[in-house]
Design a protein around this ligand. Structure first.
Ligand code: PEP
Length: 248
């Protein structure tokens, strides 16, 4: 865990216009300029170029997904190579909302590999649907990590960020946010899974984030006691006042 935290704003399919996106980014850029944390914004892909043209300041840009390869016959798709060209240094991959629309573990694994070859940092989202009493959720998270990262070179693992996003804690239908204890337990478990795959030394270099109903009231608790290196924020990242409180 580092004292400098990583805060990712996942704007999802918001806002409605490029003008609003540029205005929101302007506020985030000014906040991030005065802050020691690493702030990463993932706007809809359509707005990446306009935002890049504004100048990013200290903010980094992430794409929301992206398909492998550079160009090709893939109607409706945008490649990771394209998002890299318009300034994305990171890519959110395997988000539960993408998995729900059909993205498979196999595709996520290919996207992760493609990101690494393109020098784009994958933010790999993992998380269980339900938290049953029998600890099956640990298996669900382990298997998502193994399927996404098997075959990756040890030396490259430090370039991956893992976001633990329990599905039951995400979005407006969330049951609740995770408790700090649940977050800490999972952060430790993810480190163990990584250590088994890549060795203890390398696994320590991987940043782990928590995402799921983070707001200005609970952010500091997760950051101080949740055993994570940062946060992935959905709804609260669209409100500059709330987001400002989170990154501060
Ligand atoms: C998300 O979907 O990645 C997320 C964390 O959403 P929210 O913060 O709105 O729960």
């Amino acid at each position: 865990m580092t004292s400098k935290k990583i805060i990712v704003a996942n704007w999802k399919m918001n806002p409605l216009t490029g003008k609003e996106a540029v205005a929101l980014f302007k506020k985030v850029k000014s906040l991030a300029g005065k802050n020691k944390n690493t702030v990463i914004v993932a706007p809809p892909m359509l707005y990446l170029e306009a935002i890049k043209r504004m100048g990013l300041g200290k903010v980094k840009l992430a794409s929301q997904g992206g398909v492998i390869g550079d160009t090709g016959a893939q109607t409706g798709m945008v490649s990771l190579a394209m998002v890299k060209k318009v300034g994305a240094s990171h890519a959110i991959l395997g988000h539960s909302e993408m998995r729900a629309r059909g993205t498979t573990d196999q595709e996520v694994a290919e996207q992760v590999k493609d990101c690494i070859t393109k020098n784009v940092t994958p933010i790999l989202c993992v998380g269980e649907k339900e938290r049953e009493g029998d600890m099956w959720y640990l298996h669900a998270v382990k298997s998502q990590i193994e399927l996404a990262l098997t075959g990756m070179q040890k030396a490259k693992i430090a370039n991956v960020i893992i976001a633990y996003e329990p599905i039951w804690a995400i979005g407006k239908n969330a049951k609740r946010e995770a408790t700090v204890k649940e977050c800490e337990e999972m952060a430790i478990y993810i480190k163990k899974v990584l250590a088994d795959m890549f060795g203890h030394k390398e696994s320590k270099k991987v940043s782990i984030l928590y995402g799921g109903s983070v707001d200005e009231k609970n952010a500091h608790v997760f950051l101080e006691q949740g055993g994570v290196d940062g946060l992935l924020v959905g709804r609260a990242s669209l409100n500059s006042k709330q987001f400002s409180a989170i990154i501060n």
